[in-house]
Ligand binder design. Sequence first.
Ligand code: ATP
Length: 931
Amino acid sequence: MNPQAPSNTFDTPTNTKDWHTISSQKVVELLNSNAEEGLTSDEVIQKRKYFGRNELKQTEGRSKLSILWDQFTNIMLIMLMAIAIISAILDIRHGNFPKDSIAIFTIVILNGILGYVQESKAEKALAALKRLSSTQVKVIRDEITQQLDAEELVPGDIILLEAGVQIAADGHLIEAQNLQVSESTLTGEATAVIKDADVILGLDAPLGDRLNLVFKGTQVVKGRAKAVVTKTGMETEIGLIATMLQSVEIEPTPLQKRMTQLGNVLVTGSLTLVVLITVGGLLKSGWQIFEEILETSLSMAVAVIPEGLPAVVTVTLAIGTQKMIRRRALIRKLPAVETLGSVTTICSDKTGTLTQNKMIVQQVCTNSFDFKVTGTGYQPAGEFQGQNHERIEKEPEIVKLLEACVLCNDALLQCSRQPEKKTTTWSILGDPTEGALLSLAGKAGIFKEDLERNRPRLAEFPFDSERKRMSVIVDNADGESAYAMFVKGSPESILERSLYIQINNKPQPITEQHRQQILDTNTHLASIGLRVLGLAYKLLTEIPDIDTAEQNEQGLIWLGLVGMLDAPREEVKQAVQDCQRSGIRPVMITGDHPLTAMAIASKLNIAGTGDRVITGQEIAKMSPAELEEAVNKVSVYARVAPEHKLRIVKALQKQGEFVAMTGDGVNDAPALKQADIGIAMGITGTDVSKEASDMVLLDDNFATIVAAIEEGRVVYDNIRRFIKYILGSNIGEVLTIGAAPLLGLGSVPLSPLQILWMNLVTDGLPALALALEPAEPNVMSRQPYDPKESIFARGMGLYMVRIGIIFALLTISLMVWSYNHDLESANPDHWKTMVFTTLCLAQMGHALAVRSDTRLTIEMNFFSNPYLLGAIALTTALQISLIYVAPLRNFFETSILSPTDLLICLGFSLLVFVWVEIEKLWQRYFFTKRK
Ligand code: ATP
């Protein structure tokens, strides 16, 4: 931070704690800002130099030292260190250089460093993810309302707040409409605080009572406000307390937890082996060969532990998150990477996720007029095509409706010109539903800036998806009363509150016939898939209090219906089909009309015509048992409020479903938390919903969920694949080592150093490459797996034992043969190198064969995983160099093998490959026969 304050910028030190004691005008003045126009770009640059970015320095989580320490407290490494110490004692007693123990210690240290680097990298990657999911803020700068990264804010910025937003900096309220903020992150107080822009408080008002201020990290639960930023970054209250909401959580995945358990099992298993072999050996042969027995048992213990496995799992999960980001899905909680593949039901919002959320008003119906509107995008250009009317848009009945569309609206219609291309682009800032209404009015020459100049907004009852409507109160001084209230929302809810209907320029009492006609039109528009809004107004003599929406939104004057098209996303139809093929049921849950929902659902094949739709009202009346029964059959829920979403997830889970659920609003958070995979919208989602989610869709698209599920399945398949690969070979090693003394071969075939080499290098590299194996063709045409299944499920445990035995049988046969062969030769330890080489080479064949459970290697594209081919080539070359490069040979205590020896090793090792391929053929035969 530059200590030099820009000249003439701040007369008051901005780190004052007393902003609550001054009025907002004074604060704006002190910060050299302008409540209407905001700061200029130049002022922002100057202030940024002084205040820096609006970010919280990372709170110290685990210190570097503790991350490093944790690497060495892993039970498998402790075990290895114990082995190294015993091995060193044995070597020193015999006057040998303690090579094995030095190697083990080196590997322990390297493993520790690797783990440390990986964890630090993971933390960095998480920090990057945090930046990606960073909060956006609406700011007024250079007289324009714009959306920016929260980190860009500087003191003096004018920010706009609305329900669902996480406040990005500390600020003083300039105006607030029904603003309620949850400050529990700061004060621990669970109930939301009702804020007031106009109070001036005493110096000693505690933080929780500073009603005119808002604080970084807290969340707007209701209402809207404008505020001037007073403090940013570490200067904010939350910065001072130096706690930070973790937006991306580090949590071990179920698999990682199971891996830890597996580690414990293996360590216990190997300790048991050590004890058994030592005791058994002593009982059989007595103390004179104690050291040999100890040597064997230590080697077996080293062989059991899959030293490379934890690193491979971490890397695979990291690769999975990266791949998902490329497919526009941001994982916030690591377990999701692995459990996504198990999803059986996806509950998705309609608007924006299944549809494009590019709304265009197509139809307008008032009492006297019913007409179509043409045009594309948000450009305010198009025609009003009515029955025999030249200029419908000039009719008072229509003008009033269009004014309601514009005044009761929080969006902004913006036009940007590109002089070089001589083009003009129209876009909206805010909710597309509202944008469409602005564009509609623009087609009749009615714009917000012009209307609001004479009729500024004075109060409002904001939209929420429970009420399904919103109202604004505007100054109506030049009209027939002091104030007017404009209301828009779901037609049913507006109509039931209307007592009059606007006919030409006059309100008339609404009749049953009127009501029926409106409802029929609404039904018709909804059944052709349009999203329909009702509009109404009312005159007022005084501004109502906040929290009086129910009393005031009554006795309305009905204006008309507006039907807008929101076409389904092109790619969703295919995604729905993919889901259905892969045993996943897509379910639509929307706040929209049942017929609109059904029309879109049938276009996308989520439901067929005639299928049942359940509405929120029906859910409210159902008992949990009734709902549980219904959820299995129903795929479309309409007019649903957020609390119903929670009930639907619970009911589905009760039925044994593994549920992914999307959400965007504040009130969706509980349902997102309850779902097995909570999915928030990256573009339209509120910060609160993102905070509660496991995954964020960067493009709000349903097809992205399906893509992420596919990646999740690939990750899980690959993890199983390399566990199978690594543990199968470990079992083979252990059995071979154990067999040597039992068969009377005198000493152990493999030294701890060689075992470590195999477990880390010759197993580790191909295992890493297996993590990059592309999806199997059937990945999205098979049923989801149970997320709670054990690592050994679906025959994997048996496979590992079986393949371990095959490994052992082959190597033991080779060992016995070459041992006897060596008896006559000059080099008595030559057989050990044969065993070492065969085990390594056999793993190369195993890596190739294990790529698919069902397809033969010749049926697969040999080059689809070039990393594996590279890893096999590299590992083989390294293994050969241990035999033929003299210093390595000495260090690893190997002997030179003749070309014939090498061919024999290769021949034996190929048998593992052949065995796995035959198993696949056998399974294929067995399954076809069963069918
Ligand atoms: P989904 O849950 O699929 O995203 P949705 O966007 O229609 O559907 P909500 O945003 O809860 O769900 O909207 C519910 C209903 O509220 C809509 O059908 C519409 O009638 C009304 N509505 C939506 N947006 C507004 C708005 N900005 N102002 C007034 N009423 C609205």
